[in-house]
Ligand binder design. Sequence first.
Ligand code: PMP
Length: 296
Amino acid sequence: MIIFLDGRWISREEATVSVFDHGLLYGDGVFEGIRAYDGVVFRLKEHIDRLYQSAKAILLDIPYTQEEMHDLVLELLRKNNFGSAYVRLVVTRGVGDLGLDPFKCPRASVIIIAQELALFPADLYEKGIQVVTVSTRRNRSDVLAPAIKSLNYLNNIMAKIEARRAGAQEALMLNTEGYVAEGTGENVFLVRERSLLTPPAYIGALKGITRQAVIELATSLGFKVQEQPFTLHDVYTADEMFFTGTAAEIVPVVMVDGRTIGDGIPGAVTRELIQAFHHMVRQDGSRIESSVKQVS
Ligand code: PMP
């Protein structure tokens, strides 16, 4: 496995960071999870855009242009000979002293790792998952904006712990007002007849790239898509429900807090979207081998 670390292409064993890196000491940094399917990196440009927006929000200077970063991701996949893979792009504040002052960290560290994907078991997509609402509320946007994909994921990890301890595969997180926000690493959608409902990002959720793709797909398939706040009552009474994310893709949810969603099996709309999504991810992105950078 070849890893990119601060301008060097090195082995997994060589790829180590300093114990004085503020990414480690304070969770001070940003990241992206990206995925390649059969030689196409799905919406790479959108992921790079979001990375730079996250970095801007925390006043972190990334020492490469967006174009350079785009090419580095493709180069890493070529060097590893990967056509399909999960890519983790991390930018930390870099090495400083033990105080938290980020201005004492002269240069950000850039790490890119690609790994062949261990997919979720296929039966999970056929049967759907069980979810519980957790007491850990999603970070308030005026405290630490969930729109920033930062290295500080403790809010999500606390929620995941609650869900796993309750025997569920995933958590449903509410915002501090009680509106449904998202999963620990996924956005959420409900289906009612031929309408889709997803919380607006301002409710306290990451602006997911899979979420956006699903909104576009659903619209093109003739479904109505509404971005509006909703409550647990809407969840319990929905016809269908699913999560979206780069790692998770589209995962049907069939039970929430002991309530069966719809018929208790992945619904027809969810299945149609999963199929359309699998087609889309192989078309819409940056080709690994080609010099043509953006195809859509
Ligand atoms: N919400 C959170 C908190 C996440 O970490 C992720 C995964 N990046 C998502 C939603 C889904 O976003 P995307 O579709 O861009 O992977």
